[in-house]
Design a protein around this ligand. Structure first.
Ligand code: ATP
Length: 512
């Protein structure tokens, strides 16, 4: 655990040191759970957005983009259920005065039991080697069976009491399990209360005539209210999707995990409209498609797992989370939900406008069903960043810190380094940059010895270094050094564009 915490601290300080993430308004001591993206962070974030957008909108003839406003008519949130039901159960510890999400306290407790089962499995795997049959072991080992049963019973009871809004039982569960405040160890809890997560704001100058609005807590509703606009003007036929990237705001009860849980964050959402009755087929399709998208980035298969929901949101008939192994354990990175016709129907009822599709094949008018894929951009950023940060032992007893970002996402694709600051080498380096900058973000660096510059670019995540030396002036060749393997090769300056392109090519990455 201590190791995990150390690594997480490292991730946060590395993100700051290399211009990826700063606390918001840091000179005023920051604002809780709000962050700014620095010069490299802004690039990485933009590249993640592009990777998602291209995979959704550019690669699918039947998916189009949208950029809806953050402020929406307030009835939107009545219709969507957010005014009445976008709550988290909150509990305070009377001794430490710390505030928690009651459901998260219980889920973390259940996860600890799951970890015990996983430990037994890992031990047995080691003992039996190749002969190990995991399925059989899980089904027959009494200890694993007991742990799994215990975990399941806790989660089922939590799901039931949350669905029934039985907050008294949520508290009873916390007490029965003997869950203590992680900060103080105290078990002196208040009652559990519901807390609405939406940020309110006002529209209009004078206090009397001002209208109450909300900052959108999800981007999805901007898509639903524009369903007919896009369908009609784009002459879209079902099945089709609308994709959007944008800010969302939630007044989170507990936000202590860096950019994982923020109060202002970005979502990348795609709502896919399908025929009623076909939604579960498309749900499976999008589960697989999204899994492949993640796999293409090569962050490590073992870092992902699916978690099917016990407790569905009020609008869903199937839901799964793609969880990622963040520096603090497996947590939700992306949600895939079968949202039925809940949202479009609710907006029909509240607006009095029809939100339907005339299906020429079925000769029928219907409210489409919806599959949603929703991924937090900031969480994806954290997943990419933390999985890429490595401390490597090198030959000769030295080590290096390297940020092995997928090259397609890296903020700077190549650094151009003159071996010395004189003899015409900087001039040639600048010439190379002038040529490459039209296609890639490239950076010039002449300060310090070449070895130190390599280390600096490794730590900043730059996949390639291009070194210009005295011979370069004569033979028009340079040395290319690869960040991950540290391999170096001599190439013609005219080949550079092709070499960088090979590393960062969207198609090659997506097809991996
Ligand atoms: P959680 O259970 O972690 O609060 P959620 O189930 O409420 O998440 P959704 O409503 O499904 O999340 O939102 C879709 C995605 O938006 C999530 O998978 C996550 O990546 C992202 N997201 C949600 N809340 C936050 C937040 N406070 N900060 C950053 N990203 C968030």
């Amino acid at each position: 655990m201590a190791k995990q915490e150390d690594f997480f601290r490292n991730v946060i300080s590395h993100a700051k040191e290399y211009g990826y993430i700063f606390a918001s308004s840091e000179i005023y001591d920051g604002l809780s759970a709000v962050y700014d993206y620095g010069q490299n962070g802004a690039e990485l974030k933009k590249n993640i957005k592009d990777y998602w957008w291209k995979s959704m909108v550019q690669l699918h003839q039947n998916i189009v983009g949208l950029d809806a406003a953050i402020l929406m008519h307030p009835t939107t949130w009545k219709a969507s259920g957010h005014v009445d039901a976008f709550n988290d159960p909150l509990i305070d510890n009377k001794d430490s005065k710390k505030r928690y999400r009651a459901d998260v306290l219980v889920e973390d407790y259940a996860e600890k039991i799951n970890q015990k089962a996983q430990k037994e499995i890992a031990k047995a795997k080691k003992r039996f080697g190749d002969k190990f049959n995991e399925e059989e072991f899980v089904a027959t080992n009494p200890r694993v069976i007991r742990y799994k049963k215990e975990e399941r019973e806790i989660l089922e009871r939590l799901a039931k009491s949350l669905t029934d809004e039985d907050l008294v039982d949520v508290k009873a569960l916390i007490e029965e399990l003997g869950i203590a405040c992680p900060e103080s160890g105290s078990k002196n809890w208040t009652d559990v209360k519901q807390f609405n997560l939406m940020f309110g704001t006002k529209l209009g100058a004078s206090a009397d005539s001002a209208t109450d609005l909300y900052l959108r807590p999800e981007t999805a509703q901007g898509i639903f209210v524009n369903f007919s606009n896009v369908q009609k003007t784009g002459r879209m036929k079902i099945p089709f999707g609308i994709a959007q990237i944008g800010k969302a705001f939630r007044n989170e009860i507990v936000a202590r995990q860096f950019i994982f849980r923020q109060r202002e964050f970005e979502q990348m959402e795609m709502q896919f409209f399908v025929r009623p009755g076909e939604e579960l087929k498309w749900f499976e399709h999008w589960k697989e498609t999204r899994q492949n998208w993640h796999a293409s980035l090569g962050l490590g298969e073992e870092n992902y797992r699916f978690h099917d929901h016990e407790k569905m949101a009020h609008y869903a008939n199937a839901a799964t989370d793609i969880e990622f192994n963040f520096p603090f354990g497996f947590k939700e990175l992306e949600g895939i939900h079968s949202r039925t016709d809940f949202d479009l129907k609710a907006h029909e009822e509240h607006s009095g406008k029809k939100l339907r599709f005339y299906d020429p094949e079925m000769k029928e008018n219907y409210v489409p069903y919806v599959i949603e894929t929703s991924i937090g951009l900031d969480r994806m950023f954290l997943a990419v960043f933390s999985a890429s940060l490595k401390e490597e032992e090198l030959e000769g007893g030295t080590s290096r810190t390297v940020l092995k970002l997928p090259a397609v996402l890296a903020p700077t694709k190549a650094a151009v380094l003159p071996l010395v600051k004189k003899d015409g080498l900087p001039e040639l380096a600048h010439e190379i940059i002038e040529e490459l900058k039209w296609d890639f973000r490239v950076q010039y660096d002449e300060k310090d010895a070449i070895g130190r510059r390599y280390r600096r670019q490794d730590a900043a995540g730059t996949p390639l270094c291009i070194t210009v030396d005295h011979d370069s002036l004569e033979d028009k060749k340079v040395t290319v050094r690869y960040r991950d393997t540290m391999e170096q090769k001599r190439v013609a300056i005219t080949e550079l564009k092709e070499i960088i392109q090979q590393e960062v090519d969207f198609k090659s990455w997506m097809k991996k």
